[in-house]
Design a binder for this molecule. Sequence first.
Ligand code: F6P
Length: 547
Amino acid sequence: MATSTSSLTQRPAWRALGAHYQKIKDVHLRQLFADDPKRGERLVVEDVGLYFDYSKNRVNEETIRLLVALAEECGLRARIEAMFGGEKINVTEKRAVLHVALRAPREQSILVDGENVVPKVHEVLDRMADFANRVRSGGWKGHTGKRIRNVINIGIGGSDLGPVMAYEALRHYSQRDLTFRFVSNVDGTDFAEATHDLKAEETLFIVSSKTFTTQETMTNALTARQWALKQLGNEKAVAKHFAAVSTNGQEVAKFGIDMANMFGFWDWVGGRYSMDSAIGLSTMLAIGPDNFRAMLAGFHAMDEHFRAAPFNKNLPALLGLLGVWYNNFFGSQTVAVLPYDQYLKRFPAYLQQLTMESNGKSVTLEGAHVDYQTGAIFWGEPGTNGQHSFYQLIHQGTKLIPCDFIGFCKTLNPLGEHHDLLMSSLLAQSEALAFGKTAAEVKAEGTPDWLVPHRVFEGNRPSNTILIERLTPEVLGKLVALYEHAVFTQGVIWNVDSFDQWGVELGKVLARRITPELQPASESPLSHDSSTNTLIRRYRKLKGNTK
Ligand code: F6P
């Protein structure tokens, strides 16, 4: 394979960043704050209701100037316009990338191949709202005439992670007499546990799959069909207990789902960018159409901000560029996302697909091998739980892990002192990471000499803090769009296709070949490597051993 002509690493701004890194890499955040006491007031951006403090990063104004220059040299502005303009920027799949159209107001016009797609987006939203209202009000009756009490979304990847994350995030706004569950794994345990205490006559399945061919989802959907029909005893029940969300009407019809219960979307919506499409049907059922539309308005507000704001005041651009700074110059491998809100417990998992399936690439748009690092590993857990688990390594380990802290000023569940304790922890953690504790400070506390090195905190560990008034549907939309566009920004800098996912294909093909080989009676000769062959034989033997 051709190697990249290194156009990125040859860019003037990239080279200038390399030289600048040599100057700033050993400067401590203590020093940066001492030199500029107002740094914490200046290195912030407040827009669209989000307060973004990036002052605890190992940057100065020159760093930001150079990162912005890099974005400009890489043509970020033109690429944003290309995305919003419906150009086929997903080059390997020859598709437009228009999740921004999913949240465009009715009156906006966005053209794909000359067709304005906004009216059809709203037509689907209106149908979803009608369906959601009927289910939520009890107007929609199951096969035996009972109202729906349980909704189970069956999907995987973007057809699961967005819905489950949004449901958990917005649970406070959900209709509490409806139960929501999410089945994704082909492991039968997922389905069994999700349904073991439910009655089919009160359960609605939403089969969510862009392609409607994904093995895990179709296996779970067929199992759901059998489970429901076993209890309800009549094929006609499918129409009352199954809805589908897909781009593939033919396969939905083949499955036997009433087309009136199908909600469509389009090939220009990537799976990991689809939680605000019809894939959000379970979200709308939970929080209602008005809250869902508020979430879309939040997405749209961030879209407009991303499109219009200068890069040095642009929340997604800055978040993405800071990520490039650590990834490519400091050599950081990972980013920790640390929401101090229990409702955001699935947000890091959601971001894993968004960021890693998008930018986990090693060839450029032109197909040349990159000679620089691309997508970081994203991970995280809500605070304060993570503090009692992995924060030790972030504070005192040998790795530099940039962190995103996300917190809210007002809690949705005021309970005694809880919220102040939660938020004081967030603030304490970012402060401790940045400034640490010197040996002199540790000694001054009377620590014996032998213990001092163990109790020193080097500090100089960078973080962003995103502070928001309250978690609402609108805010969730803004937060997700913030990361979507940060991913886009990074993809433009690294010159990769952030919208394909060829890397998931090989495993799928090999699994299809292995499935029949796992049968104990299988006679088929095994022609894998010696490790895979031996593991298959062992599995066959033990699986067949009923003793
Ligand atoms: O993991 C690969 C992938 O194609 C994801 O991009 C997608 O979100 C997921 O599978 C599910 O695909 P579908 O919605 O077509 O079932």
